[in-house]
Write a protein that binds this ligand. Structure first.
Ligand SMILES: Cc1cc2nc3c(=O)[nH]c(=O)nc-3n(C[C@H](O)[C@H](O)[C@H](O)COP(=O)(O)O)c2cc1C
Length: 206
């Protein structure tokens, strides 16, 4: 499928067929998330796949939206705040991969890059949270578009009780659950949802 076609035909799907989705499709979705870009290539996004009847029954108690646990699979998209400690490793990898060729960053002693990394390491909790969420968002977008490509539907869901989901997933403190993405074969074919016009969203060209 062409990328534009996937972008244009993606919808938030809130009704799924009960039919399970092939195991390799879940892997394909996670792969689309895994290769998404991330700030300084820190790759903070992590996933938990919720598929068993038992786990989905428990998930039902975590959200007021029944369609989430009715989907045959739900991807819990999480972030790992611990990745900040890997900043130097990731920077070195990027340098070795020649990512910064012909830029001022292609230098282990770049003061601007050092200052930027230092700022990130000393971010307050809320700023770090926002930064990690940005990284999760791009991975989620990759996943939802790849889902369209595979004939699947999905929905980005943030309406859930975070503490309950964290307890269900039994994850270490460093992980935060950003979104739940129910996925399955769509049992609805909604029209494109309303959007602001280009005039509304394009502030100016300068
Ligand atoms: C950050 C974000 C959070 C969202 N949270 C929810 C949610 O909790 N429940 C839900 O049903 N849809 C949720 N959505 C889906 C939006 O409602 C949906 O994208 C929007 O209405 C436009 O519809 P469309 O995705 O079909 O184009 C969320 C979408 C985004 C991007």
């Amino acid at each position: 499928m062409e990328l534009l076609q996937a972008i244009e035909s993606r919808r938030s799907i809130r009704k799924f067929k009960s039919e399970p989705i092939p195991e390799n499709y879940i892997n394909e979705l996670l792969e689309a998330g895994r290769i998404a870009p991330s700030g300084s290539n820190l790759q903070p996004t992590r996933y938990v796949v919720i598929k068993s009847e038992e786990a989905r029954a428990k998930l039902k108690e975590c959200t007021p939206l029944p369609f989430v646990s009715q989907a045959p699979a739900v991807i819990a998209v999480c972030t790992d705040a611990g990745v900040v400690a890997t900043t130097e490793i990731r920077s070195r990898e990027l340098m070795e991969a020649n990512a910064f060729a012909d830029t001022p960053l292609n230098n282990t002693k770049n003061e601007d890059a050092d200052a930027y990394n230092k700022r990130r390491k000393s971010m307050d909790e809320a700023t770090l949270r926002a930064y990690l969420n940005l990284n999760a968002a791009i991975a989620i977008d990759h996943i939802t578009l790849r889902a369209v490509d595979l004939g699947l539907g999905s929905c980005w869901v943030m309406m859930f009780d975070k503490e309950k989901v964290k307890s269900l997933l039994n994850l270490d403190e460093r992980y935060d659950v950003v979104a739940l993405i129910p996925v399955g074969y769509p049992d609805q074919a909604p029209k494109q949802r309303p959007r602001l016009s280009m005039e509304d969203v394009l502030l100016k060209e300068i």
